[in-house]
Write a protein that binds this ligand. Structure first.
Ligand SMILES: NC(=O)c1ccc[n+]([C@@H]2O[C@H](COP(=O)([O-])OP(=O)(O)OC[C@H]3O[C@@H](n4cnc5c(N)ncnc54)[C@H](O)[C@@H]3O)[C@@H](O)[C@H]2O)c1
Length: 255
């Protein structure tokens, strides 16, 4: 077993929310970290401040996925840990759901994790302690109305996780999914504000009565809570955990 100091990680969507917390945590664990995000000054700025290598890429574009893996390996000297985290939400009933947004969501949240895993495969195999961590969601396991593309992509990501885990076992690396409940990030802050407007509720009421109503613990998660779990999954101690679908959801899916 090599120490974390010689390990490298690529975190997609790593300049905001959960991805940023995971990138910070893996860096604190001693890994060299690259973050992939859309080419925006804000994203570049976060990466620079944090000391991450920045990989500018749009995961809705197939060619960017190949380039992202190549650039990461060139910059860091290898790829031991791939965290497929980037994602976004769009809420509309199926009857009105914009078809172009459906295509983009499926590409960013399901096809890109497949392509990045495929292109990273030889590097993960060479690693000897490779890890793929897919950030799915409670909505990878249960459904809610008006989120058809998101829920379809996340259910698919769990299927990809399990299949890749079975194929990766012989190659000596693991593939797991983390399924968070609601986490306080820019993505969720946006949803809270939208729902408060459309339902005529206060933001506090949306949190408690809409988002956390099925939860056992009535409090939003912090991105650092998800990062702590990711840190364990990528650690050498978790060598025997693969194909796992790990809930960290305040008891949301216990019902
Ligand atoms: N926040 C939650 O409550 C929650 C719960 C369960 C799962 N998740 C999942 O966690 C992941 C991170 O969510 P978050 O809440 O931190 O969101 P966020 O909006 O804070 O961060 C998402 C990141 O993904 C990047 N991204 C989006 N589209 C991209 C593209 N085409 N190419 C490259 N990068 C792109 C964004 O630029 C951003 O940096 C998502 O996959 C989300 O579905 C979030």
């Amino acid at each position: 077993m090599t120490s974390n100091e010689s390990r490298t990680a690529l975190v997609t969507g790593g300049t905001s929310g959960i991805g940023l917390a995971i990138a910070q945590r893996l860096q604190a664990d001693g890994l060299k970290v690259a973050v992939l995000d859309l080419d925006r000054p804000q994203a570049r700025g976060v990466a620079r401040e944090q000391g991450f290598t920045f990989i500018a890429a749009d995961l809705s574009r197939r060619e960017d996925c190949r380039r992202a893996v190549d650039e990461t390996v060139a910059a860091l000297g290898g790829l031991d840990v791939l965290v497929n985290n980037a994602g976004f939400q769009h809420i509309d009933p199926i009857a009105d759901f914009p078809e172009d947004i459906w295509d983009t969501m499926l590409h960013v949240m399901l096809t890109a994790p497949f392509l990045l895993t495929k292109y990273a495969w030889p590097h993960l195999t060479r690693s000897g302690q490779g890890r793929v961590v897919n950030i799915a969601s409670i909505h990878g396991q249960v459904a809610s109305p008006y989120k058809s593309a998101y829920i379809s992509a996340k259910h698919g990501l769990i299927g990809l996780t399990r299949t890749a885990a079975l194929e990766a076992g012989e190659q000596g690396f693991t593939v797991n999914a983390i399924c968070p409940g609601y986490v306080r990030t820019p993505l969720v802050e946006g949803q809270i504000a939208d729902q408060a407007r459309t339902r005529g509720l206060s933001e506090q009421e949306v949190e408690q009565k809409v988002m956390l109503e099925p939860a056992a613990i009535k409090k939003l998660l912090d991105p650092q809570d998800i990062a702590a779990l990711a840190s364990y999954v990528i650690s050498p101690a978790a060598w025997g955990m693969t194909g796992a679908v790990l809930d960290i959801d305040l008891g949301w899916t216990a019902r």
